[in-house]
Design a protein around this ligand. Structure first.
Ligand SMILES: NC(=O)c1ccc[n+]([C@@H]2O[C@H](COP(=O)([O-])OP(=O)(O)OC[C@H]3O[C@@H](n4cnc5c(N)ncnc54)[C@H](OP(=O)(O)O)[C@@H]3O)[C@@H](O)[C@H]2O)c1
Length: 315
C-alpha cells in the first residue's frame, strides 16, 4: 500500500529492513530464501528496502543486488555509509565521516547493489572527528553527480539536522522508534514534519521483542548482537514483558498480533513516518505489511502510550 512519500515519491508505509538477512542477528534455519522475501515485499507494496555497507560488512548489499533481479524499478533502495566494522564478534563498529570515505563508499554501494543510482544514501552515524558540514557536503555532491537521488541521516539531533539542511535538503531521518524507544517524538519527528522529510523508524518491533516472540528464556549467543544490548539481558527481558502485555491487550480487541499493533502505533505518530521492520520470513513480512491497514482508536493509542517505559537503555 503506497500511502507515504519519500523524496516526493510514493512508498509503502511499511518497508523492509534487510539487515538481519546477513548481519547482527544469528542465522535462523526457519528463515526463507531472501529472494522470496524481497519479491513478496515488492508484490505487497513494501517498497523501501533498507540496507547499509556495514551490514556484513558488504554482504547485505551484495545479497540485495543479487535478489533484486529485474525488479529494481519497483523498489526504493535505501543504503547507508559512514560506519565501518572494527571487530566482527562481538561486533564493534566505528564512524568514518571523511569525505573521501563517503565518496568511495557510494561507488562501492552502487557496484554491490548493481544499480546506476541509489534512491536514498544515508549517513549511518555522524563522525565526531569530522565536521558534519564536510561529510554532508560530500553527500550532497553525490546528488549533483547523479549517483544518489537523495540523502538522509541516521541517529541525529535537531541541531545536526539544521546544520545539514542549511547545505542540502535532508530527505529522510532514520532513528529507532517504537513503543519502547520514543525519543524521536521529542523533536526529530516534528523536525521532519516541518521540513517535508520522511522519518524512517528503524527497529520498530524492538528488535523482535515487541512481537512477544522473545522471552526471558530466549537464548542469544555471541553471534547475535542482542546479546550485547542492555535491554536484552534476561532480567530486562522479564521486566519488559509488561510492554508486550500492553500491546497484546490492544491486539486482542482487533484480532491482530502484538507486533502489528506495535507497527500501527509507530505509523499513527505521524504521516511522515515509514516503518522498516526486518524479517527473514515471508509469513512475518505479510503480517507486518498488513499492519499498515490496522487503525488504532484514540483510546487504543492512549492506552499504549501509557504502557510502562522500558528497563535498560537501547545500546
Ligand atoms: N540506522 C540504524 O542505525 C539502524 C539500526 C538498526 C536497524 N536498522 C534498520 O532497521 C531495520 C529493522 O530493524 P531490526 O531488524 O533491528 O528490528 P525490528 O524490525 O524491530 O525486528 C526484527 C526482528 O523481529 C523479528 N520479526 C520480524 N517480524 C516478526 C513477526 N511478525 N513476528 C515475530 N518476529 C518478527 C525478526 O526475526 P526474523 O528476521 O527471523 O523474521 C527480527 O529478529 C533493519 O533491518 C535495518 O535496516 C537501522
Amino acid at each position: 500500500v503506497l500511502s507515504r512519500t519519500l523524496d516526493a515519491r510514493p512508498v509503502g508505509a511499511i518497508g523492509l529492513g534487510c539487515m538481519g538477512m546477513t548481519f547482527a542477528y544469528a542465522a535462523d534455519p526457519a528463515s526463507d530464501d531472501p529472494a522470496a522475501v524481497v519479491d513478496r515485499a515488492l508484490d505487497l507494496g513494501v517498497t523501501v528496502l533498507d540496507t547499509a555497507d556495514v551490514y556484513g560488512p558488504f554482504s547485505n548489499e551484495e545479497l540485495l543486488g543479487k535478489v533484486l533481479g529485474g525488479r529494481r524499478e519497483a523498489a526504493f533502495l535505501a543504503t547507508k555509509c559512514g560506519l565501518v566494522v572494527t571487530r566482527p564478534e562481538p561486533l564493534q563498529v566505528t564512524p568514518d565521516g571523511r569525505p573521501e570515505h563517503v565518496r568511495a563508499a557510494a561507488d562501492g554501494s552502487l557496484r554491490r547493489l548493481g544499480v546506476d543510482t541509489i534512491d536514498l544514501f544515508q549517513l549511518h552515524r555522524v563522525d565526531p572527528a569530522v565536521p558534519l558540514e564536510d561529510t554532508w557536503g560530500a553527500m550532497a555532491e553525490l546528488v549533483a553527480a547523479g549517483k544518489v537521488r537523495a540523502v538522509g541521516m541516521s541517529e541525529v539531533t535537531v541541531d545536526q539536522l539544521d546544520r545539514a539542511a542549511a547545505i542540502h535538503p535532508v530527505a529522510a531521518v532514520q532513528s529507532e522508534l517504537s513503543l519502547w524507544s520514543r525519543e524521536p517524538l521529542d523533536g526529530v519527528v516534528g523536525w521532519c514534519e516541518r521540513h517535508g522529510a520522511t522519518f524512517i523508524a528503524y527497529s520498530p518491533l524492538g528488535r523482535g521483542f515487541l512481537t512477544g516472540a522473545i522471552t526471558a528464556a530466549t537464548a542469544f549467543g555471541p553471534a547475535d548482537f542482542r546479546s550485547q544490548l542492555p535491554r536484552f539481558t534476561p532480567a530486562a527481558r522479564a521486566a519488559n514483558q509488561a510492554i508486550v502485555a500492553a500491546l497484546a491487550a490492544v491486539a486482542a480487541r482487533h484480532g491482530a498480533a502484538p507486533g502489528q499493533v506495535a507497527l500501527a502505533w509507530v505509523l499513527a505518530q505521524s504521516r511522515s513516518i515509514v516503518a522498516i521492520p526486518g524479517t527473514r520470513r515471508v509469513a512475518r513480512l505479510e503480517e507486518n505489511a498488513a499492519a499498515a491497514e490496522l487503525r488504532l482508536t484514540a483510546a487504543d493509542l492512549a492506552e499504549l502510550t501509557a504502557a510502562p517505559l522500558p528497563e535498560q537503555t537501547r545500546y
